[in-house]
Ligand binder design. Structure first.
Ligand code: FAD
Length: 421
């Protein structure tokens, strides 16, 4: 199969695609590597004409089957870079294929930073926003909340802009799951650049619980890793203090502001980072593959939810070696964001290659759904449409706007159709 697209566009037939973890694979009929925005428009029109569905990939880091397609796979990794800056309003426009890593370094050079970032920076801006990628910090929202405008190619192959004058469609687009068209360019709120310092703290679990609220409140960014065993600490490359067992203990990761320091004082060593916010908050993804589920729990239900998952990890799923990672995120307004109007504690667990993990993740899913859990769209989950309708108050509105943007559903795949088709 081939496409009548401009010659500089690279297309490949039946080239296998896999996500980073290797748990999801598919063979798109056509893979299009776009070099210009016109390439994207032409490809979407061609997909319509020949009756193919179309999905976009970013850096393919998602664990869930969001990208998988037997139709057309569009790759925008050549569409990168900052396109405009409005310093007075703190707004920056960037092409959707730009990686966070490139974006935050370019922002820094221009005097700006993102308010918060996740623990890695290999994601594209388009991919991170589609799944509500988040960092940690009780007072800080996820990345979707930063979006103030998007320019996208809709399901008819038309270029459409959505901005703050159209809050409904903007709140739908802020967390799009990749079903609201192909994003070309996105405008984000940014802040003046700032410096941070990293601190790792090890405490036993009882102590972590006693000082929970004050630790969360006292640190700009505070995350908790619960280590069920020393094996867990080893598997996750936790820098174990000499001669100390970390079983049933917590490692706090904390980032707090410092005064500006000169470049010679910057430190990029994970565990002791100090310097520009962008490399203290995130680092290169250097881990081996794992298979992660992350569910978002309302703050007031978090302690009991965590306790019940710990029981699973100590009990019938004691063969699972990945620790539990806990973060804090402020509620936002994006309709499909797991943080929609809800201050949240995130609970993440992961399966390990070679160890059967689905029975474990199913039990975690069942346990956390009792606490009105919402899912990280880029991670493994077992959401159903009925459940989404119950815990995402604007699910119906999202489906309505999605259908306006893509009336023929060409951007749906087998994973997203049952959820938001
Ligand atoms: C090691 C690791 C660490 C992680 N750490 C964090 C973390 O700290 N915090 C967190 O929240 N998440 C984290 N994640 C999850 C990750 O941030 C998300 O899965 C993110 O979506 C991946 O971005 P990507 O560019 O790889 O997108 P992909 O996985 O390629 O795609 C994700 C979605 O975005 C859509 N998409 C991509 N580009 C576009 C576009 N231009 N237009 C429309 N739709 C588009 C795709 O269609 C798909 O639906 C982590 C994942 C891994 C593997």
């Amino acid at each position: 199969m081939s496409l009548n697209v401009p010659q500089k566009t690279s297309t490949k037939d039946y080239q296998m695609w896999s996500n980073w973890a290797g748990n999801i694979q598919s063979t798109p009929a056509i893979t299009v590597q776009a070099h210009t925005e016109e390439d994207v428009v032409d490809a979407v029109k061609q997909a319509r004409e020949i009756g193919l569905s179309a999905r976009v990939c970013g850096s393919s880091l998602s664990f869930s089957p969001l990208v998988a397609t037997g139709g057309m796979l569009l790759n925008l990794l050549n569409l990168t870079g900052i396109t405009a800056i409005d310093p007075a309003r703190g707004r920056v426009r960037v092409r959707a294929g730009t990686t966070i890593r490139q974006f935050v370094a370019d922002l820094w050079d221009r005097g700006f930073a993102l308010l918060n970032q996740g623990i890695i920076w290999n994601q594209t801006i388009g991919g991170a926003l589609a799944t509500s990628t988040h960092g940690t910090g009780q007072g800080l929202q996820g990345m979707s909340s930063m979006v103030t405008w998007v320019r996208l190619v809709d399901g008819r192959g038309e270029v459409v802009e959505i901005g703050e004058d159209d809050p409904d469609r903007l709140h739908a687009a802020q967390t799009s799951l990749g079903v609201m068209g192909v994003f070309l360019e996105i405008e984000l709120k940014v802040v003046p650049r700032f410096f941070l310092e990293e601190r790792l703290v090890f405490v036993d679990w009882d102590e972590a619980q006693r000082s929970w609220d004050s630790d969360v409140a006292a640190n700009r960014n505070h995350a908790v890793m619960w280590l069920q065993s020393d094996t867990a600490a080893r598997e996750y490359n936790v820098p174990t203090p000499e001669g100390k067992s970390l079983a049933n203990s917590a490692m706090f990761m904390q980032f707090n502001p410092i005064d500006p320091i000169s470049e010679s004082e910057w430190c990029r060593e994970v565990g002791a980072r100090r310097g520009p916010s962008y490399f203290v908050l995130s680092a290169e993804n250097t881990t081996n593959p794992f298979f992660e589920l992350e569910y978002m729990i309302p703050v007031d239900k978090a302690h009991e939810a965590i306790r019940q998952v710990q029981d699973l990890m100590r009990g019938e799923h004691a063969n699972q070696v990945h620790p539990m990672f806990i973060r804090f995120v402020k509620g936002d307004e994006a309709w499909m964001s797991p943080f929609y109007e809800r201050d949240t504690v995130t609970v993440s667990v992961a399966g390990h290659p070679g160890v059967e993990y689905w029975p474990y993740l199913r039990d975690v899913d069942r346990t956390l759904k009792q606490f009105e859990a919402r899912a990280h769209w880029g991670k493994l989950h077992l959401m159903t449409r009925e459940y989404l309708e119950a815990v995402y108050p604007r699910h119906g509105d999202f489906v309505r706007v999605r259908r306006e943007i893509d009336p023929d559903g060409i951007f749906l795949n087998d994973h997203t159709r049952p959820l938001v088709g």
